[in-house]
Ligand binder design. Structure first.
Ligand code: FIX
Ligand code: ZN
Length: 420
């Protein structure tokens, strides 16, 4: 049974519904190669648990290659790379046929391999396609920050994205810094009003054909649906922005809102991206959002393990809610296993198993490989149990079920009509 299931999982196409990957047209935002893999922010924070030779500030002043050298020495040579993020680098090298260099601990030979694969723009494009094929990812959803000058300059220049990269409208700034968002759009000649904001967002909606709006919310985010307080357009709080701008726009454009709950940004600000934490968030807020806005679709994931049971119960209650993945600090085998077991037991096939959150192209290889190992173990047990209970299953039924978790459940939710 395990072998059959593993093969079906490996052969099933995946949709990766949240990543920070970009096509090569996005130049410096399109990350690949061993130095980007080694300097992933997960590994930078792991480095500073054990390393005290230089300060964090001085580390960030080094070139990427110098940073990668330190991480390689500290986390791969002086210690066995046992953590999930370290093991990921090894899985990537293994999948790309670099076992010999790994055995020899030869970082320079590994570098030469990646340099060779990506030595000119046409090779980069082929390499990207090949990595997607190896990971069996049909497409990823990018995170497109429409309130970021650098990103929108690149977005403006790109007219067609390859089929591998779908778009999303990232709007954290709109929610948490409405005044700053007005300033931002005024630089593109939109008036500093809520109508101006709506028109600005509609411009990007029409240009990018996005999958959804998205934002990460801090653990202390509370949705207050009774907030009828007077507001001034230059100082709207996040509840007012949701009520008067985002949710009406999402309903008008029929665009789901994907929220990721539970960050604690800048827990250690000196670590930059590597210094974020998490907190228990308010699942009640998500339930209220779903209940008060039945015509608006929500995709949701929570960062804290503690929130997961309540999240499952909430997902059973609202047809306009779809939950997905084990995000960031939950993307570790022991936690994925526990959470996915619980979700299958409480939601059947009605959720999306994972998203990779990859920032570096080749992370698609390890994040999906590691998650699929766990899924295969879980499903083997679950199918054996249902067979024991008296139900028979054939391979086509297993293929259908696996495809729900990796792709179809998301696509059905996106197409679903909310008529009742
Ligand atoms: O907000 C997000 O999209 C997060 O995924 C990131 O901010 C975070 O840094 C990350 O990469 C987690 O995997
Ligand atoms: Zn992310």
């Amino acid at each position: 049974m395990e072998e059959i299931i593993r093969k079906i999982i490996d052969d099933t196409k995946i949709i990766d519904i949240h990543t920070h990957l970009f096509p090569s047209e996005h130049t410096h935002l399109c990350l690949y190669g061993i130095d980007s893999l080694l300097t992933y922010h997960y590994l930078i924070s792991e480095l500073f648990i054990v390393y005290d030779q230089i300060s964090i500030d001085d580390f960030y002043k080094l070139s990427k290659k110098e940073q990668a050298d330190i991480i390689w020495t500290q986390l791969f040579i002086l210690r066995t790379p046992i953590s999930e993020a370290c093991r990921g680098v090894i899985t990537v090298c293994n999948k790309l046929g670099l076992q010999k260099h790994i055995r020899n601990r030869d970082l320079n030979a590994i570098r030469l391999f990646f340099d060779h694969m990506t030595s000119n723009p046409s090779k980069i494009k082929t390499y990207i396609t090949d990595i997607f094929k190896m990971a069996n990812v049909e497409y990823t959803v990018m995170t497109n920050q429409i309130f970021n000058h650098d990103e929108i300059t690149l977005l403006s220049k790109t007219s067609i994205f390859s089929n591998l990269f779908k778009t999303s409208l990232r709007i954290d700034k709109l929610i948490f810094d409405f005044n700053g968002s007005l300033e931002f759009i005024s630089q593109y000649n939109y008036p500093k009003t809520s109508v101006g904001i709506k028109n600005y967002i509609k411009f990007w909606y029409n240009k990018l054909n996005p999958e959804y709006f998205m934002a990460s919310l801090p653990y202390d985010f509370f949705y207050n649906c009774d907030d009828d307080s007077e507001f001034n357009e230059s100082s709207m709080n996040y509840n007012q922005v949701l009520k008067h701008i985002l949710i009406p726009l999402a309903i008008e454009l029929n665009l789901p809102i994907a929220f990721k709950f539970g960050t604690q940004r800048g827990l250690n600000p000196t670590l930059g991206d590597a210094g974020d934490g998490l907190g228990n968030a308010s699942v009640e807020s998500l339930a209220l959002l779903c209940r008060n806005n039945p015509k608006c679709k929500f995709l949701a994931t929570f960062l804290s393990k503690v929130n997961q049971h309540q999240l499952c119960v909430t997902a059973r209650n609202f047809p306009n809610l779809h939950i997905y993945g084990c995000w960031w600090y939950l993307n570790n085998p022991s936690l994925i296993e526990e959470i996915t077991n619980m979700r299958i037991e409480m939601l059947g096939w009605g959720f999306t198993f994972q998203h990779s959150d990859s920032r570096v192209l080749e992370q698609l290889l390890y994040k999906w490989h590691h998650s699929k190992e766990i899924l295969s173990k879980i499903l083997t047990l679950k199918y054996n149990k249902i067979i024991e209970a008296g139900w028979n299953v054939d391979e086509d039924e297993i293929k259908r079920d696996v495809s729900s978790l990796l792709k179809d459940s998301y696509e059905s939710f996106m197409k679903k009509e909310l008529n009742f």
